[in-house]
Design a protein around this ligand. Structure first.
Ligand code: ZN
Ligand code: ZN
Length: 388
């Protein structure tokens, strides 16, 4: 029976911290992770994975360590992309790209997978194979879909897939493991009203969308149930609104409302969107406007497979890590959810501390002392599922 994986050697850990800082200093936005992917490939090269696929679904990379013996196919996934956020107060390895920074910790998650690669290089799995997927474009919700649509992913088909995300707000080092939904289904939608401009002195000669926009916002506020404990939880957040332009002689002839909408079940999201579109449609009809609806970003809920969650829980317990089992899912979205639609998956959260800056905050930085926890967890999962 395999036991818990040990702590990485000081030399391996130092290499990981240095690599995380390198990634942090050179962040790239979603869909543009060319250099980050190249750095990952360069880090992995001396570890001699059995195969490396690059350019997967954009700049994605898959490195595979194969025992050559029949057995389970495991996949561990991290993300390559950073965010369009101006960084504040990170010392020593600050972003060198103004306006772009690693504010979600994807530099840390990627480094954890590189740490697993160090372990797999030292000791290949006894049977089966392990794929390390470095996924592009998570923040826009496009990368998982692009990877899954790449024909080269067809041969991978994992029996078990795991992703980790650090999470400020939970005790540092605690693993948050929950069967069922762990993150929400999230969709970004735009509702566009088109009417007709008129002279501002004669608004009755045009169709001004301002009341439709206002009534739509009021309507959304009354539909929205921002209570995670309620079975009716469905959150609608207005993120951007525009009508007409700054031209004081003109009564606006068009307007748009940008929303993010969230539920804990994928099915509920479609129903929520339908309610909003129905409301917007009736307002458009009332005011003589044309309505267009666009879906911009789409995140499936991460629904953890109970058997994979049990494997992760067992590994966490063997390692002696603190485990938190929340009753409720988080309201955020994460595009690993699309993998959980197709394969038995578990997304595990790793507490980054209760008093640290939240992700997507300009002051946030991934905590290096979490690296070894992720690596040990992954390594223990590999040994427990691939040993005889
Ligand atoms: Zn993020
Ligand atoms: Zn993230």
């Amino acid at each position: 029976m395999p036991t818990a994986a040990p702590t990485s050697s000081a030399a391996d850990l130092a290499a990981l911290v240095e690599f995380r800082h390198l990634l942090h200093a050179h962040p790239e936005l979603s869909g543009h992770e060319r250099e980050t992917a190249a750095r990952v490939v360069a880090f992995l090269a001396p570890l001699r994975p059995d195969s490396v696929i690059t350019g997967l679904g954009g700049h994605g990379v898959v490195a595979t360590f194969d025992s050559g013996v029949a057995g389970p196919t495991l996949l561990f996934r991290s993300e390559l992309d950073a965010l369009p956020i101006v960084e504040h107060d990170v010392e020593g390895h600050a972003s060198t790209v103004h306006g772009v920074s690693h504010k979600c910790g994807h530099d840390g998650h990627t480094t954890m997978l590189c740490g697993l690669a160090q372990r797999l290089a030292a000791q290949r799995p006894v049977r089966g194979k392990v794929h390390l997927l470095f996924q592009p474009a998570e923040e826009t919700g496009k990368g998982a879909a692009a990877v899954l649509a790449d024909p080269r992913f067809d041969d991978i088909r994992p029996d078990l897939a795991v992703a980790i995300h650090n999470m400020p707000g939970f005790a540092k080092g605690a693993l948050v493991i929950k069967p069922g939904a762990i993150t929400a289904a999230v969709r970004s939608i735009v509702l566009r009203f088109t009417g007709r401009t008129a002279h501002a002195s004669e608004p009755e000669k045009g169709e001004n969308p301002s009341l439709a926009v206002a009534d739509l916002l009021h309507g959304c506020a009354s539909i929205s149930v921002n209570d995670v404990e309620s079975p009716d939880f469905c959150l609608i957040t207005p993120v951007h609104v525009r009508i007409g332009s700054v031209a004081y002689g003109v009564s606006a002839g068009d307007g748009e409302v940008h929303l993010t909408i969230r539920t804990f079940a994928n099915e509920g999201l479609a129903a929520l969107q339908q309610r909003i579109v129905h409301l917007a449609g009736s307002l458009a009809e009332r005011d003589g406007l044309r309505l267009e609806v666009e879906v911009v970003e789409d995140f499936f809920a991460n629904v953890n497979d109970p058997s994979v969650a049990a494997v992760v829980l067992d590994a966490a317990q063997r390692c002696g890590f603190d485990v938190v089992t929340p009753d409720l899912a988080l309201r955020g979205g994460e595009d690993f959810g699309l993998f959980s639609e197709r394969f038995p998956c578990c997304m595990v959260l790793l507490g980054a501390g209760e008093d640290t800056h939240p992700i997507h905050n300009p002051h946030y930085d991934f905590a290096d002392d979490l690296l070894d926890i992720g690596v040990r967890l992954f390594d223990t999962i590999v040994r427990s599922t691939t040993s005889d």
